[in-house]
Design a protein around this ligand. Structure first.
Ligand SMILES: Nc1ncnc2c1ncn2[C@@H]1O[C@H](COP(=O)(O)OP(=O)(O)O)[C@@H](O)[C@H]1O
Ligand SMILES: [Mg+2]
Length: 233
């Protein structure tokens, strides 16, 4: 990704949280970042079945979860796995939380996790034990996470307080804006104006907050990689 924000260093463990109403571009952003992240084992937790990185040799996990991510096919290689949970299952919430454990254990295995409906895995006041561990100690577990959800207000506040980057597409609801502003420490009046100005630029524009620098960047629509449209068909 070459964009007008400081590059995301793939060697650091990061949490990247992406917000915005449906259709604003969250999954597209997450997918690009996930696909391009080098030299790491990868897991997608996809409650709805529409987050597909379409990487070569991707392993689909269904039904009973394995104890660990599968081993890479080649020595020195990396694996990509995708887990589509079944919302009709009685153990749905547990299944999702156990899927997070696949990205945590073994502790020193570097893993990138993409959760496309983070509200399902980190619901406010009901975050499971592994999901909580991920948020509180991602660095100790060598895990990076890309978390997408439309409504900041309905997820565990830890997602925002632990995020290294916060990507904000069109977030229309005032309460969501207040939550974002409060968590990242930008005056609500200023964030409001920035979000309005970003929306006015057109579809798929977004703001990127860098927590380390405490800086906000206005960014044009991500340039989609070649083959993106093809992959969507
Ligand atoms: N950077 C972009 N450039 C062009 N089209 C985009 C871009 N981002 C998103 N889109 C279009 O918008 C649609 C919805 O984006 P998506 O990421 O799936 O939304 P969300 O996950 O926020 O609901 C995509 O299928 C794509 O057609
Ligand atoms: Mg999406």
């Amino acid at each position: 990704m070459s964009e007008p924000f400081p590059a995301i260093d793939p060697d650091l463990n990061s949490i990247i949280a992406i917000f915005g109403r449906k259709g604003s571009g969250k999954s597209v952003f997450a997918r690009e970042l996930f696909r391009g992240w080098p030299a790491i084992d990868k897991l997608v937790i996809d409650p709805t079945g529409d987050a597909d990185p379409s990487l070569p040799d991707q392993v689909e996990l269904r039904g009973r979860l394995p104890e660990h991510l599968p081993a890479p096919k080649q020595r020195g290689g990396y694996v990509t796995a995708r887990y589509v949970a079944n919302p009709a299952s009685e153990s749905y919430r547990d299944d999702l939380d156990r899927a997070v454990a696949l990205a945590l254990f073994p502790k020193n295995r570097r893993t990138l996790l993409w959760i496309d409906e983070a509200g399902e895995v980190f619901p406010a006041n009901r975050t499971g034990p592994h999901a909580r561990t991920l948020l509180q100690q991602s660095r100790h577990w060598w895990t990076s996470a890309i978390l997408c959800t439309p409504r900041p207000i309905s997820i565990d506040p830890l997602v925002l307080s632990q995020a290294d980057r916060v990507v904000m597409y069109d977030v229309p609801h005032p309460r969501d804006r207040e939550r974002l502003a409060g968590s990242i420490g930008i005056e609500p009046r200023i964030l409001n104006a920035e979000l309005d100005a970003t929306r006015a630029r057109g579809p798929h524009w977004f703001l990127m907050f860098d927590a380390r620098e405490h800086a906000l960047y206005r960014c044009p629509p991500l340039r989609l990689s070649k083959g993106y449209k093809h992959a969507q068909q």
